[in-house]
Design a protein. Structure first.
Length: 123
């Protein structure tokens, strides 16, 4: 969660193996992502990472999935994510909406490209 321009989408691109970090390390499933060749990254994107509503992947990425939706539809989307999470699916979502973030099991707040807070919520 964070305001526009804080780095949420950049984080999602890193998690989705669409970009490589300019600093630090990102490990996914025991592999250092920056050490992987383009064809290996493509394989991970195709087989291991879900891009909203693909299932049975290592990660489901959702970049502002409720951004332009009414509140009822937003809550329905969040329930789908909650159901997937309850089935063992990892859901990584970015949002600037506090009420949407409040439904997450873990909220990492990003500000100016850095992690400002990291809160684990009770299940």
């Amino acid at each position: 969660m964070g305001p526009s321009g804080s780095g949420k989408s950049t984080l999602m691109n890193l998690i989705g193996c669409l970009d490589t970090p300019t600093g630090g390390e990102y490990w996914l499933n025991g592999q250092k992502v920056s050490d992987l060749a383009d064809d290996e990254l493509a394989r991970i994107r195709n087989k291991g990472i879900g891009f909203v509503f693909q299932t049975f992947n290592l990660l489901l990425r959702a970049d502002e999935p409720t951004g332009n939706l009414d509140s009822t539809t937003s809550q329905e989307i969040m329930q789908v994510f909650a159901d997937l999470h309850a089935q063992g699916q990892t859901v990584v979502m970015v949002t600037h909406e506090a009420d949407i973030a409040a439904r997450a099991a873990r909220v990492v707040t990003v500000r100016d490209g850095l992690v400002a807070t990291d809160q684990q919520r009770a299940a």
